[in-house]
Design a protein around this ligand. Structure first.
Ligand code: B4P
Length: 192
């Protein structure tokens, strides 16, 4: 079972690289940002609640996110592994991954093929490059004010996960300030 978790600031290439690896590894790319955007466009209850947080650049509250992730991971295509892009994004979400997700999949793996490989990867990119990339992408939440606020939220709430996973000896640091192909090739080495 292949399990990959992508950490990294907004615009570091989590979504880009997760999509590429999903093709190579043949496991689903699970992006909490994409799932949330689908809810917003379909105007579900969750989407209506999440929209204002996303437009401001705030994290959507954990009580909305955790059920959503659990539901996605319980779908049959995720039984053989997954790539999580944009989750966990704070210590509470990381604790959820440890307790609810990884323990369950260890049980599952020991009853199935018996082998589970977890990679937790941080993509490191300087702020000025992130801002340039996101302004060029131009999603509705990609204006300069929101981008700068998302970077502040990242530093306050998501960056502590680097310490969290470093203490557990689980983190691989990858330079995300390379061409897309070079980042993919570095990632492939780490995951192999
Ligand atoms: P996300 O959808 O996760 O978006 P992101 O962090 O902005 O982008 P990512 O890092 O994936 O960048 P990408 O590859 O696209 O989050 C959006 C919002 O959803 C959050 O602000 C929050 O409100 C909410 N949310 C999501 N998950 C949540 C959670 N778990 N808890 C609470 N709230 C949550 O790359 C960006 C651009 O760079 C692209 O245009 C790409 O082409 C370019 N690029 C990528 N790699 C490059 C490279 N090597 N060189 C040059 N350009 C590159």
């Amino acid at each position: 079972m292949v399990q990959v978790i992508f950490l990294g600031p907004p615009g570091s290439g989590k979504g880009t690289q997760a999509a590429r690896l999903s093709n190579v590894l043949q496991v689903p790319h699970i992006s909490t940002g994409d799932i949330l955007r689908t809810h917003v466009s379909q105007e579900t209850d969750l989407g209506k609640q999440a929209k204002a947080y996303m437009n401001r650049g705030d994290l959507v509250p954990d009580q909305l996110i955790l059920d959503m992730v659990q539901d996605r991971l319980s779908q049959p295509d995720a039984e053989g592994g997954w790539i999580l892009d944009g989750f966990p994004r704070n210590v509470a979400q990381a604790t959820f991954v440890e307790k609810e997700v990884l323990q369950n999949s260890e049980h599952h793996a020991s009853g199935m093929e018996g082998n589970s490989a977890l990679s937790i990867i941080n993509l490191d990119v300087p702020d000025e490059i992130l801002i340039e990339r996101l302004l060029a992408r131009g999603r509705t939440d990609d204006n300069e004010q929101t981008i700068r606020y998302r970077l502040q939220v990242y530093r306050e709430q998501t960056a502590p996960l680097i310490q969290f996973y470093t203490e557990r000896n689980q983190l691989s640091q990858i330079n995300g300030n390379l061409s897309m192909d070079d980042v993919t090739s570095e990632l492939t080495k780490v995951i192999a």
